[in-house]
Every structure is written in structure tokens, then in C-alpha cells.
Design a protein around this ligand. Structure first.
Ligand SMILES: NC(=O)c1ccc[n+]([C@@H]2O[C@H](COP(=O)([O-])OP(=O)(O)OC[C@H]3O[C@@H](n4cnc5c(N)ncnc54)[C@H](OP(=O)(O)O)[C@@H]3O)[C@@H](O)[C@H]2O)c1
Length: 337
């Protein structure tokens, strides 16, 4: 089987398509014939050596994908054969609070990931694909989808009529927009581009703010909401946190998810305490959350937003495009092409 392998040192130019021996599933494991994968910003950081510079190489990158169960190991129900499944992001995190050990079981680093024609994972570490989704659509769900679901539906406890502000129009943010609408929330969104804001409006975003034209977008969002938003889906990180604090209402919540604008910057903590805010870190989510999200997706017939699909041999070009940030929603790989 072939896989994209990062070997020797970090950098996109070190990513090469290589042949590897087929692995047989051990007890409690399944082997998947992979059909699709999707890229996350984390995967790009991992390839560049910026996510974890101590990550041992070689590594097969990417956490997200879909495969068909083609072999099962001892103790695994043979009824799984032929199922379309998605590996979960943290293979050992099935439910409950995360632990250091569970968070060390993530695909695409430290464990090998989904950019391969075949992969062997734990039978507990996969969930079934919602029936109405294509493989490429479902390949977007394990990291970006579950993260947005966790921020809104699980930790955020968003209820109908509440207001959510999500930043930019990348993978996590567009899922946050879709889940916000599905939960009956008012969703505000920011973007650097008017055409992306128009697409977000078509998906149900109520207020669309250009963060380049409005550097004080947090204040703008707070005023549009009346007295601040209930939840900010904070994917920008250190460079956007000050405006996110401006956006949120007294007693509101900021789900701290990403670092698109960087991870370290001077930050005035006073408004956080004076306004009784909660800043909650989010690290994807566990298998039970993934299954709850899938039930909601299936019930509402929701479809993830796929911007562009690349063939298996076009993986480097897909990573380059991810780095340009021109996409809306997700960039995917069709592993059968
Ligand atoms: N904690 C977790 O569990 C978790 C899970 C998934 C992702 N993440 C993190 O969350 C972040 C987003 O991930 P992703 O995969 O959704 O990324 P992505 O798809 O690559 O998002 C790119 C988009 O983000 C927007 N953006 C870039 N800089 C921005 C800024 N300063 N302010 C507002 N928007 C900005 C741009 O949208 P416009 O072109 O519309 O401006 C850009 O197109 C990353 O830092 C990622 O590592 C964390």
C-alpha cells in the first residue's frame, strides 16, 4: 500500500509518497481501506514541524478520513466488515474527561494518520459514517466537526435564540456556523473577504463582519447582538482574543480553539474578571461526542462544506492551498483518485 510519509526532517518538501507493507489487524483492531481524507490547519503545522518539533519521524500525517473495514482482528465483530467508518481523532479517548495518556493517542501525530491507502486502528477507535454523506464529506468530521460541536453543543450548551460569534471561514468556523443554525442560535461571523461573507450569509449567518475593514470587530459584534454575544468560537488565538473579549456578554464564554493569528501576545486580563467571563480551552472531543454530533447531522440532513477535492497524488498542492487560506470550509483528498 502507498502512504504520504514525512521522513528525515520536517517541511512540505520532505513529504513523499512511498510504498509500505500491508499491516494485519491485531486483537481488537480493524484494517481500513481508506477512501478519503481532509486537511486541518494542525496537519500543516505538524508537517512544518511547528506543532510538535519533537514528533518522531517517519510520520503519516493527517487525523481525518474515511475508510471501509476490510479485515478484523481477533475479538472483533465480523459484522463490522464492509462498514464505512471514520477513525476518531484521539484513539484512546472514548468518553469522559481527557487525560494526558488519552491525548497522546491522536492520529497524524504522534500516531500515524489517514494519508494512506490502508490503516490499522482499534475497533473502538472508529465510528460509522452518517448514511447520507459521501466519503469525502464525512472525512471532514473527526477533528474540525467534533471541535465545533464540542464548543457549541457540549461545553457551550448553546440553546435556541442565543448568539454565537465565529471567526473566519475555515473548517472549524464553518462547522460552528452550521451547528449554530442547527441548534437554533443566531450566528455572527467574521472574514477578511466580502465574497466569503456572502457565502456565509447564504448558509444562515445573520451578521457578517469584515475584520480587515473593522479592526474593532469585537465591539461591532457586541453592539449588533445588543449586549454582547453568548459564545465566541475563538480560532484566531492571541491576536484576536482581545476583540473576542470585547464581543462577549457579561458572564459569556470564549471557546479557545486555535492559534491562526499566533499563540503568544500581551493580553489585558482585567475585562475577563470584571465581566465574569469564562475562557475554556477545547481539544477536539471524545467518541461519544462524535456519535452525538453524527446523530444531529443525520437527523437534520446536514452536509459539511467541502471547498475543493484533490487526488491522492495532489496532497502537497492541497497543503500549499491550505497555507494560503483562500478556502471556505474544508479541503479534502479523494484517496481513490
Ligand atoms: N483545539 C482544537 O481541538 C482544534 C481543532 C481544530 C482546529 N484547531 C485550530 O483552530 C484553528 C482553525 O483551524 P481550521 O482547520 O479551521 O483552519 P483553516 O481552515 O485553515 O482556517 C483558515 C481561515 O481562518 C481565517 N483566519 C485566518 N487568520 C485569521 C484571523 N487572524 N482572524 C480571523 N480569522 C482568521 C481565514 O478566514 P477568512 O479568509 O474568512 O478571513 C482563513 O481562511 C487552527 O489554529 C487550528 O490549529 C484546534
Amino acid at each position: 500500500m502507498r502512504a504520504w510519509i514525512l521522513d528525515g526532517s520536517f517541511g512540505l518538501e520532505q513529504l513523499t509518497l512511498k510504498a509500505r507493507d500491508r499491516a494485519e489487524p491485531g486483537p481488537g483492531q480493524v484494517r481500513l481501506k481508506m477512501t478519503a481524507a481532509s486537511l486541518n490547519f494542525r496537519d500543516l503545522l505538524m508537517v512544518r514541524g511547528l506543532y510538535n518539533p519533537r514528533q518522531p519521524l517517519p510520520l503519516i500525517p493527517c487525523s481525518d478520513g474515511v475508510g471501509v473495514v476490510e479485515a478484523v482482528g481477533d475479538g472483533v465483530d465480523e459484522g463490522m466488515l464492509g462498514q464505512r467508518v471514520m477513525p476518531i481523532f484521539a484513539q484512546g479517548w472514548l468518553a469522559g474527561a481527557p487525560t494526558r495518556e488519552k491525548l497522546m493517542s491522536t492520529l497524524g501525530g504522534p500516531l500515524d494518520g489517514t494519508l494512506a491507502e490502508e490503516m490499522v486502528v482499534s475497533a473502538d477507535g472508529v465510528v460509522e459514517v452518517p448514511e447520507h454523506l459521501t466519503d469525502v464529506e464525512a472525512a471532514t468530521l473527526p477533528c474540525a466537526g467534533v471541535t465545533a460541536w464540542n464548543a457549541l453543543a457540549e461545553q457551550g450548551g448553546i440553546r435556541a435564540g442565543q448568539t454565537v460569534l465565529t471567526l473566519g471561514t475555515g473548517g472549524v468556523s464553518i462547522f460552528a456556523l452550521q451547528f449554530g443554525r442547527l441548534l437554533g442560535a443566531r450566528v455572527f461571523i467574521t472574514s477578511s473577504k466580502e465574497e466569503k461573507l456572502a457565502r456565509a450569509r447564504a448558509l444562515g449567518a445573520e451578521e457578517c463582519i469584515n475584520y480587515v475593514e473593522n479592526p474593532k470587530w469585537g465591539k461591532v459584534a457586541a453592539e449588533l447582538a445588543g449586549d454582547g454575544v453568548d459564545l465566541v468560537v475563538e480560532v484566531g488565538g492571541a491576536g484576536t482574543l482581545e476583540q473576542s473579549v470585547r464581543a462577549v456578554k457579561i458572564g459569556g464564554r470564549i471557546s479557545l480553539i486555535g492559534v491562526l493569528s499566533g499563540g503568544v501576545e500581551a493580553f489585558n486580563v482585567i475585562p475577563v474578571l470584571m465581566r465574569n467571563l469564562r475562557i475554556q480551552g477545547v481539544i477536539v472531543g471524545h467518541r461519544e461526542m462524535f456519535e452525538a454530533m453524527n446523530r444531529a447531522i443525520e437527523f437534520h440532513g446536514m452536509r459539511p462544506v467541502v471547498d475543493r477535492v484533490y487526488g491522492f497524488e495532489e496532497v502537497p498542492a492541497a497543503f500549499e492551498d491550505l497555507g494560503k487560506g483562500e478556502h471556505f470550509g474544508k479541503l479534502c483528498i479523494d484517496l481513490t483518485q
